[in-house]
Each structure stands twice: as C-alpha cells, then as structure tokens.
Design a binder for this molecule. Structure first.
Ligand code: C2E
Ligand code: CA
Length: 583
C-alpha cells in the first residue's frame, strides 16, 4: 500500500471546522470555539497520519479517542458525531488516497472508539478515586476542625477566662482522679486578705489585674502543682502524692511568698497577703467535697488568726465547731419546744442585805446534752443573729416572772436582763420594751437592762437615743462587766446609765492581801460613780471578806455566790441573810 496525500485538495482546517460544528453543544466544553477548532485540527492531522501509516498504527486512534475525552468531548453523542464526521468526511476533505482506505477507516474508527471508551472509563475511575480521596480529606479536615473546636471548648469549660488558670471544674476532676490513685493528698485553699478593699478603693479593673498578677505568680512559683482559681479571690493548689503535712506546708509557704511579692498594677504598687487552709490526709475514705469543706473551714481559722498565714486542718477543732454550729442551728426549734428557762441570781444591797434585784440568766434544758450554760450557746447565737429571737424571749419571760415577785405593798426586786449588742442596735427595741411593760404590767423601774461596756462603746448615736428614751420611761440601764473594756467615767456622763456592774476580775483582787491597790481603784471608782448619780454593783463576790470590804468602800450592791447562786427566783425571794451572817 503506497501512501500519497492529495496535496492540493488537502484541507484539515475545513474538516476540523466541520468536526467542531458537529460536536459543539454535545457537552459542556471549557474552551472557546477557536480553541476547539485548533484542538480538532491537531487531531485531524494525526488521523490523517494514522490512515496512511504503514503498518497501521493502532495507538494513534487510541490517543485521539483519549484526547477527545480529556478535552471534555465526552458524551455518547459527542462520540457518535465524531465517528460520523470522520467516516463521512475525513478521507474526502483531506483528499486521502490509500489502497485499502475503507478497511483502514473502519479500523481507525474502532481504535478511536476504543481509546475513547478506555479514557472515559479511566476518567470515571480517576474521578471516583479523586472523589473518594476528596471525601476522605474532607472528612479528616472536618474531624480535625471538630477536635480543635472540642479542645477549644473544653479549654473554655475548664479554665477561668480572667487568669486562664484551671477552674473549679477541672480542679474537681483532677482532685477526684488523684484521690483514686494517690496514697495521700494535700490541698491548699487560698484566699486573698482584704481583697475587697482593693476592689472598692481602686476599682474592679485594677482588682482584676491584681488577680491576674497573683495567678501568674502562683503558677510561676508552683507550676509543678495544679493551681486553680475557684472564683473571686479564691485559689486552690492540689498537691498530689504527698509524704506528709510538711510537703503541703512547704507549698503553702511558697504560695504565701509568691502572693506577697509587690506587684505593679496599672501604675499602682500593690502588696497583698493571703490566708491558706491546708488539708493533708490519706486519699482513702475522703471525697472531694469533704476535703474542700475541710480546707474551707481551715482557711477561716487562718483568717480569724489575722490572715497572712496558713492554718492546718485539725479534726478535733473541726468537730467542736461542727457541734457548735449544730447547736446554734437547733436554737429556733428549742425555743418553740420551750427548752429554755431562766435562773435568777440576786443583786443584794450591801448596806442592809436586801435583795434589790435579780439577774436573769438563761439556761437550755437540752434533750440530749442536759442543762447548758449560756457560755456554750450565747456566743453562737450572737454570731448567727439568733440572739435577737432568743433575747426577745428572755426579756418577755423575765418581765412576766418579775411581775409575780411583788409583795403585798406591790413592791418587789427589779429584774436585770442581759441585752446582746444586736438587740441594742435593733430599731424596734423601745417599742418592744414598752409593749412588754404594758402587757405584763411590770413597772418600768422594776426592769433593768444590762449592756456590756463594749456594746456601749461600739454603739452609734441612734441606739443611745433609744436607751435614753427607755431611761426616761424609768427603765434602769446598767453597764455590765465594767472595767474589762476601755470605758471611762467621763464618757459615761453622756450616757443614760443608772448602774455600773463592776466585773468580777476587779472584785477577785480584793481577796488577796496585796489587793490594796485594787481596793483603792474600786473606792475611787465608786465615789466617781456616785458623783455621776450612778450606783455600783460588784459582780463575782464569793466571800464574806470581799463583801465586807466592798461595803466599807461604799459599793452599793453585790452579786455572787456569797449572796446566792443562780437558781429559781423563789429561792431568793424574802431572804436576806447573807450579809448579816458575816456580822
Ligand atoms: P454575766 O452577765 O457576767 O453573768 C454572770 C455570770 O457569772 C453568770 O454565769 C453567773 O452564774 C456567774 N457567777 C455569778 N456569781 C459568781 C461568782 O461568785 N463567781 C463566779 N466565778 N461566777 C459567778 P452564767 O449564768 O454562766 O452566764 C454567763 C454569761 O452569759 C453572763 O455573764 C451573760 O453575759 C451571758 N448571759 C446569760 N444570760 C443571758 C441572756 O439572757 N442574754 C444574753 N445576751 N446573755 C446572757
Ligand atoms: Ca450580766
């Protein structure tokens, strides 16, 4: 077979244009018409080579088919039209001459179709593969993004936004985990001293900056331990795996030192101190909550001792405080059940041994603990504010009982009632007393209110005015425990006071032979008090000798075991033997 091309009639451009026309519109082509024609012209030239090559080269047809697919002429229709246009026009338009041209044309078309089909299949596979790969990548990316946002979210959920320290959640998690794995464990519960003053005087912004600075210092000093911020000015350090309290004390001391470094905050040089509650114990048998509660109460011991120090948990002390707390919580129900009652102790005139008045002393007949003296619950009731309710009951009960002490002439000893500072400061005191006197019918002069020297000193204008109203009504006002505080007589002049009760400590001095100084002090106190028209009662008088000396220096009255122990009122009524008995 000879190969000869009709050179004059050969026009690949015409054929390529016809081809382009045939396929355009059969599928979306990402090229211009001119680019399409240029491509097809190139393929046309190759087809021409193929039809004439000797021997017949299968690969050219395959390549042309594959290139068509690559060029996105990849629909069934595009292939059909291509086959058709080649078959009808290629030989004619290019003026090709070959012996077995028909046979060659058939083979050429078959190879183009085969190349086309293969390429299409490969492309589909490639596409599937790349889709698969893209899907995998997309999934991996999505997972990574999810993990990152989870990590971010977890960080936010477990860290304090201000200082970026771990927060309570993370601390509690780590504490719980450590309790499961460690033998012994320690916690330092830190609270800044007087942080509120910084906030109030310099503003919250400076307060926040100071917290950030404290957090940084703690982290720097104690980086090996978990340092967390629980909120406000409270931080906590977890000491995992301790060998004993010493390990945790060391951490606490490092923390105190770190906190107390002066810090420059927004131009202010600030120095703060902290209080730390330390708990160190075996991990077995303790829970995070219990541990934190213990650390919290221990922290308060450090605060109560003045701050800028650590305090270590003490189980006995804690038990006592819990018992005290439980006791105070039981007061309201005990009032409702009538478990309180009053004992009375006489205030006896030193001149003639007459019972001038009786002090009401509250007792609690506790169903389990027996009779409790006021020292074991009054302090608590004052701390919790329950004293207001308890005190109101005492006052009412004392007035009610005192009303029954009058003799035939209607006269009788006054009742002397202790008032706690909260009762004195309460705005309703005047109305309460007036109302009680009216309801019980007790003459005002037979009620004495005992107010401690320290209460008097710490009391503002308003309560003093209330006491003056009561004094004007005729109610007696006594200063209790006089001599234990810093009250002076000049100050007393401005107060509506009718009586001074001199503390037992002064009276105790009268017993010793060396008590002459005390005696002289007491004597001048008595004469000054008398000059102010204030009577003097000595407390804690235990012996006849003390009573005699007090009488000799002009003291008006006395109270104490020598004259009668606290007990039911009836026990003291109509008796006045104590003084006379001594001669
Ligand atoms: P206080 O007002 O100084 O009461 C006198 C306390 O001294 C009483 O103790 C009394 O039993 C005790 N005492 C009396 N004579 C002697 C003595 O010769 N020697 C010694 N060593 N002690 C003597 P009590 O009854 O235990 O009361 C303790 C404190 O409880 C009272 O001290 C008073 O401050 C407070 N208190 C008692 N009842 C009430 C109350 O109803 N309200 C308030 N707010 N406080 C009360
Ligand atoms: Ca008293």
């Amino acid at each position: 077979m000879g190969k000869s091309a009709g050179s004059a009639r050969s026009c690949p451009g015409t054929f390529a244009r016809a081809w382009a026309k045939a396929v355009s519109g059969t599928s979306y082509l990402p090229m211009t018409q001119a680019q399409l024609e240029a491509l097809l012209q190139r393929l046309t030239e190759r087809l021409a080579v193929a039809i004439q090559s000797e021997p017949f080269d299968l690969r050219i047809g395959h390549q042309v088919g594959a290139e068509l697919v690559q060029a996105h002429i990849a629909s069934a229709e595009g292939l059909g039209r291509t086959i058709e246009v080649i078959q009808l026009r290629l030989v004619r338009d290019l003026g090709l001459v070959a012996d077995d041209v028909e046979d060659r044309m058939a083979r050429l078309l078959a190879t183009v179709a085969t190349g086309y089909a293969r390429a299409l299949r490969d492309r589909t596979l490639d596409e599937q593969e790349s889709i698969r790969r893209a899907a995998m990548m997309a999934r991996a990316q999505a997972e990574r993004a999810l993990r990152e946002s989870e990590a971010r979210f977890r960080h936010q959920a477990t860290h304090d936004p201000l200082t970026d320290l771990p927060n309570r959640t993370l601390f509690t998690e780590r504490l719980a985990a450590a309790l499961d794995t460690a033998d012994r464990i320690g916690v330092c519960f830190i609270d800044l001293d007087r942080f509120k003053v910084v906030n109030d005087s310099l503003g919250h912004q400076i307060g926040d900056l100071l917290l950030v600075s404290v957090a940084q210092r703690l982290r720097r000093a104690l980086g090996e331990h978990l340092v967390a911020r629980l909120g406000g000015d409270e931080f906590v350090i977890l000491v995992e795996r301790t060998a004993g309290t010493d390990d945790v004390v060391e951490v606490a001391e490092a923390a105190l030192a770190a906190v107390s470094e002066p810090a420059l905050v927004d131009g202010h040089e600030l120095t703060v101190s902290a209080s730390i509650g330390i708990v160190e114990r075996p991990a077995a048998g303790t829970s995070p909550m219990e541990l934190m509660r213990a650390a919290d109460s221990t922290l308060h011991w450090a605060k109560a001792a003045g701050g800028a120090r650590w305090s270590i948990f003490d189980a006995d002390r804690n038990r006592q405080e819990l018992a005290r707390y439980a006791l105070s919580a039981a007061i309201p129900a005990a009032l409702d059940r009538g478990e309180f009652y009053l004992d009375y102790q006489p205030l006896t005139a030193l001149r003639d041994g007459r019972v001038l008045g009786m002090e009401a002393l509250v007792r609690w007949r506790h169903p389990e603990l027996g009779v409790l003296r006021p020292d074991s619950f009054i302090g608590l009731a004052e701390e919790t504010g329950l004293i207001v309710r308890l005190g109101a009951w005492v006052l009412a009960e004392a007035c009610r009982e005192a009303r029954t002490w009058a003799d035939e002439s209607g006269d009788g000893p006054f009742v002397s009632v202790n008032l706690a500072v909260q009762q004195v400061r309460r705005p309703g005191l005047v109305d309460e007393v007036r109302d009680l006197l009216r309801r019980t019918g007790l003459p005002p002069g037979r009620l004495q209110l005992e107010i401690t020297e320290s209460t008097m000193m710490s009391t503002a204008e308003e309560p003093v005015r209330a006491l003056r109203v009561l004094a004007d009504l005729g109610v007696r006002i006594a200063i209790d425990d006089f001599g234990t505080g810093y009250c002076n007589l000049a100050y007393l002049r401005g107060l509506p006071v009718t009586e001074l009760k001199v503390a037992g400590e002064f009276v105790a001095g009268l017993r010793a032979p060396a008590g002459r100084t005390d005696e002289r002090i007491l004597a001048s106190l008595v004469s000054l008090a008398h000059a102010l028209k204030v009577t003097v009662t000595a407390e804690g008088v235990e012996t006849a000798e003390q009573a005699e000396r007090l009488r000799a220096i002009g003291c008006d009255a006395a109270q104490g075991w020598h004259f009668g122990r606290p007990g039911p009122a009836a026990q003291h009524l109509g008796r006045s033997p104590a003084l006379t008995a001594t001669g």
